[in-house]
Design a protein around this ligand. Structure first.
Ligand SMILES: Nc1nc2c(c(=O)[nH]1)N[C@H]1C(S)=C(S)[C@@H](COP(=O)(O)OP(=O)(O)OC[C@H]3O[C@@H](n4cnc5c(N)ncnc54)[C@H](O)[C@@H]3O)O[C@H]1N2
Ligand code: MOO
Length: 646
């Protein structure tokens, strides 16, 4: 076995940042430059800025009206008007004009009465400097406008120009060079079609977009193959360029082709390898030639933690800007979520408001998962010493979206169905867009969530053999005393999903007991799993005789992909999943997929929008087009005993 990097002991992120700050000389690394004031928003002042002009630069009328000498108006009272002669007692002025000499107040035009001969009358006195912006009221020339290290806002640009500042000293923008590595990593710019084992390079562009928000500039190279010589050369070139920060993508963990740590040590010094954070653990920090070196893990989820937790604060510190921070919100966790001891875990959450409370659905945790990143509205840090989050625990989370957006998130917990994707897209097209957040925990999981008050509706499809009815018998059992409204989404066709052409000639449920048929199941609590168990029982087949009965996936599409890739010969699932992937389908049953909505939410605008959408022709057409659905009941309120007939 070839020699591997063994991790140093992991250290907390804060300690790694401290080491980096101690090792870098930022005065030497980041200098200042002069930029035009009108282009300075987003930059940080490198020196104090003093006003060159006063603002206002003269006594200026703050209202349209007449300029007067206040003293001369003191006798005016209601019922005892004072007559003013033009050119002697008053001068007409417009907002922003200088006050004529000898005047010190402005009376609004609405407060004067015109006399026929051009004279005016007032019924109230003016006081000195009334409706006047006095010279230098805002700022006086030579005064300090902005201190050093002040991040310049759009407002500051206006203030600078008003004060006659045409250019100013700001800190140089940080320049980052990102070097993606890996034989399997394909340059996105070539629009590649990855073969098995290959991935599209994306981390560089995540960092480029983040860096832009930080006010930094990023350059990247084409992916460099896993050849230590070539990676070293790329790092050397980047160190010789104007970049103050060099980031090497991937190759930072313990694989035989993970060279980054060795290269950093050869070119400079490794300050930290292995952080007590997950994902993001293999992050490397070092210095060479006075510059900052960072080794970012390859997995997108891990890379982002490295970018946001390590690079962002260091880039801010180097550029004398405040470290980026996020607004916090208290959320209620909808599902028990264990966490590994010894590392702070960054857990992404889908969050929606239910009444006053923000409900947080923990999203999956694979560091390679990218949809978790796009679906999340918030992030919670589970401390290194915690074993995880309990269901209904209230925790403080960091918002990834503006807080008001949570009002438009509709939380669904329950069974998975492909029509939910249709719903999700259509809801975002409404006048007031709604974001559907779905946690696929199966029908029973959905009912549990309704009972806990952690979802606004649950998609369920539960067949009760005794009554021949759907869903209602389970509501009595699992939601006793909870008043609900049940709306049909669709009748759908469940059956055996098999490879195209059905090579193993699977005809019905009995074939699942065959020696040569490998099955893939749905998770416990899924309505589809309950349906399978029912049909197995009817056929007199013990689950133990089904090879693969214990292999579980969480969605119809996930089991279908297993069949597509040959990892299973059959799965029970909906026809639309088979159709979407070009697989064959052996029908087994029709079932009713309903949305169960607690009655207290039926007046909520989000639920009203959902129901209105379910009753709209275009949506029903789209469901029909998926194949494997019938829509005669779609959007209709269901009652016990309706079965499939309505
Ligand atoms: N024996 C051990 N193996 C691993 C450990 C460990 O502690 N012991 N740590 C794991 C953890 S945690 C992580 S995170 C990963 C990170 O590994 P690397 O940084 O060395 O990255 P690679 O293995 O080269 O790649 C991981 C993954 O990411 C894809 N990738 C790479 N670059 C890019 C890019 N620029 N854009 C998009 N995707 C990229 C790459 O193809 C891989 O799929 O290591 C674990 N292993
Ligand atoms: O720490 Mo790795 O970054 O979990 O996936």
């Amino acid at each position: 076995m070839s020699k591997r990097n063994i991790y140093l002991k992991t250290i907390p992120v804060a300690e790694a940042l401290e080491r980096a700050r101690a090792a870098l000389d930022r005065e030497a690394l980041v200098g200042s430059e002069t930029v035009p004031a009108h282009l300075a928003a987003g930059r940080v002042t490198a020196a104090p800025v003093h006003a060159r002009l006063s603002s206002p630069a003269f006594h200026s009328a703050a209202m349209d009206g007449i300029a007067v000498k206040a003293e001369a108006t003191f006798t005016a009272r209601e019922g005892h008007p004072l007559r003013l002669e033009p050119g002697r007692d008053f001068f007409p002025v417009n907002t922003g004009q200088p006050l004529p000499g000898g005047t010190d107040a402005v009376i609004k035009i609405e407060d004067v009465v015109q006399d026929p001969g051009g004279a005016l009358q007032i019924e109230a006195p003016a006081f000195p400097w009334m409706h006047v912006r006095r010279i230098g009221q805002d700022i006086v020339a030579t005064e300090l406008m902005l201190p050093q290290n002040h991040p310049l806002s759009a407002y500051d640009v206006g203030a600078l120009l008003s004060a006659g500042i045409w250019e100013l000293e700001v800190w140089q923008p940080l320049r980052i060079c990102f070097i993606p590595t890996g034989d399997e990593v394909l340059d996105f710019a070539t629009r590649p079609q990855p073969a098995p084992g290959q991935v599209v390079e994306s981390n560089s562009q995540v960092l480029a977009a983040l860096a832009k928000n930080w006010g930094a500039r990023m350059r990247w190279t084409a992916p460099v193959p896993d050849d230590p010589e070539r990676i070293r050369r790329a790092v050397e070139e980047a160190l010789a360029s104007e970049a103050q920060v060099v980031v090497v993508g991937a190759g930072s963990s313990a694989g035989t082709r993970d060279f980054t740590s060795r290269i950093f040590a050869e070119l400079g010094e490794v300050l930290a390898h292995g952080l007590a954070v997950s994902p993001g653990k293999p992050t490397l920090i070092g210095t060479a030639a006075g510059k900052l070196l960072v080794g970012a893990p390859g997995y997108p989820g891990s890379a982002i933690v490295c970018f946001e937790e390590v690079l962002a604060p260091l880039v801010a510190w180097l550029g004398r800007a405040p470290a980026p921070s996020r607004e916090r919100i208290e959320v209620r966790i909808t599902r028990k979520t264990p966490s590994r001891l010894g590392a702070e875990e960054m857990l992404r959450l889908a969050v929606g408001k239910i009444g006053e409370e923000a409900m947080a659905v923990p999203l999956g945790r694979g560091p390679g998962m990218i949809t978790n990143l796009t679906r999340a509205q918030a992030l919670v840090r589970v401390p290194a010493g915690s074993e995880g989050l309990e269901q209904d625990e209230r925790v403080s989370a960091e918002l990834l979206v503006p807080a008001p957006l949570l009002e438009s998130v509709l939380v669904h917990v329950g069974s998975h169905d492909n029509t939910l994707d249709l719903l999700s897209n259509e809801l975002m097209g409404r006048g007031e867009p709604l974001r559907l957040v779905s946690s696929n925990v199966g029908s029973l999981g959905g009912l549990t969530a309704l009972r806990a008050g952690s979802a606004m509706f649950a998609g369920v499809h539960l067949f009760d053999p005794q009554s021949g009815d759907f869903n209602f018998p389970f509501l009595e059992k699992y939601l006793p005393g909870l008043e609900v409204v049940v709306v049909n989404l669709a009748i759908r066709h469940q059956g055996l999903i098999v490879p195209a052409g059905n090579p193993k000639n699977i005809r019905d449920i009995h074939d699942l007991a065959r020696e040569d048929v490998g099955f893939i199941n749905r998770q416990r609590g899924a309505g589809t799993r309950i349906l399978l168990d029912y049909h197995l029982k009817q056929a007199g087949i013990a689950p133990a005789r089904v090879r693969g009965y214990e292999r579980e996936e969480y969605t119809h599409m996930a089991v279908a992909v297993n069949v597509l890739t040959g990892s299973a010969d059959a799965a029970l699932g909906i026809r639309s999943a088979a159709k979407a992937l070009g697989l064959d389908f052996v029908p087994l049953a029709r079932e009713r997929y309903d949305l169960v909505i607690p009655a207290r939410f039926t007046e909520d605008h989000k639920i009203l929008t959902l129901i209105e959408l379910l009753q709209s022709e275009p949506l029903i057409k789209q469901i029909d087009a998926l194949g494997g659905y019938e829509t005669p009941l779609t959007g209709r309120i269901m009652h016990p005993g309706m079965g499939l007939e309505g």
